[in-house]
Design a protein around this ligand. Structure first.
Ligand SMILES: [Mg+2]
Length: 273
């Protein structure tokens, strides 16, 4: 079984400042529907925001959604979503020290950060907005109060689109990477049969987890730098940098996903165009 997994915002979805190829989303939909590949969206979006994206951009429904930065997994079959309770049980077992309420209490009065709206939180995701120009001081205090105490991971990323710093606390066992590993195992897919495409911040984890990685051409400079470092340390990593020029596509967003998937042979583009 082959899996094509992709981040949504600015990876599959053309919602950045680069110009998108008009035909790329239709091509992605056609290629993935006509070929034997499981499509997985791995995103910070929750279910409602994922459905908004599907409607707004016309991307197909995935077979599996790893949403809320990997803290929820749903399958989509016959027009319906099924929540994966097995994932929740797995995370509880794997991160017994996780305690979102205790993390919230520990962080209560740090200046320069505020809790995100309730729709962006769940029992496995405690998230904040951070004033980016204060992020060094904020993250230092955060580490002192939380780091290593709750079987957690702390992920800071900067959204260059709207200038917001985003700070997520997740169980160490429930991230974009571990959610994709769980899905791959469920479908019996070997690591080399899983392609993951990303563009920024927290995509570093699934990109360096031993899957076949793809950076879309618009990937942010910080991620490119971190990936280059990781590749120097581990020459076995397989990561492809989309560059455009493939089948007349420009390599940004959806086009980069198609280019990368074809590079690894997960999709075959020749017959449909
Ligand atoms: Mg993204």
């Amino acid at each position: 079984m082959k899996i094509l997994a992709t981040d949504l915002d600015r990876t599959l979805l053309p919602n950045g400042s680069w110009k998108a190829d008009d035909e790329a989303i239709d091509l992605f939909n056609t290629l993935t529907k006509n070929q034997d590949v499981v499509v997985v969206y791995v995103t910070g979006r929750n279910l409602a925001l994922t459905e908004n994206a599907i409607k707004e951009y016309g991307v197909r429904y995935p077979d599996v959604l790893c949403g809320d930065v990997g803290t929820s997994i749903r399958k989509y079959e016959h027009g319906e979503w099924t929540f994966d309770d097995g994932w929740i049980a797995h995370v509880r077992r794997a991160s017994p020290g996780w305690n979102a309420a205790a993390i919230r209490d520990a962080l209560a009065d740090i200046e320069g950060m505020r809790e995100q709206e309730s729709e962006h939180l769940n029992p496995f995701k405690q998230s904040y907005y951070v004033e980016h120009d204060k992020n060094d001081a904020v993250l230092k205090q955060v580490d002192e109060r939380v780091k290593g105490r709750f079987d957690e991971v702390i992920i800071y990323s900067y959204d260059s689109q709207d200038g917001k710093g985003l700070l997520d606390f997740l169980p160490a066992s429930a991230t974009k990477q571990t959610a994709l590993e769980y899905v791959a195992e469920e479908f019996g897919a070997a690591r080399e049969d899983v392609v993951f495409c990303g563009d920024s911040g927290n995509d570093i984890f699934p990109l360096t987890a031993g899957f076949r990685g793809v950076l879309v051409r618009n990937a942010d400079a910080q991620l490119v730098e971190n990936i280059s470092k990781a590749m120097q340390q581990d020459p076995g990593l397989k990561i492809y940098f989309a560059k455009g020029g493939f089948r007349g596509l420009n390599g940004y967003y959806t086009s980069g996903v198609i280019e990368g998937a074809c590079h690894y042979g997960i999709l075959e583009a020749t017959s449909q165009r």
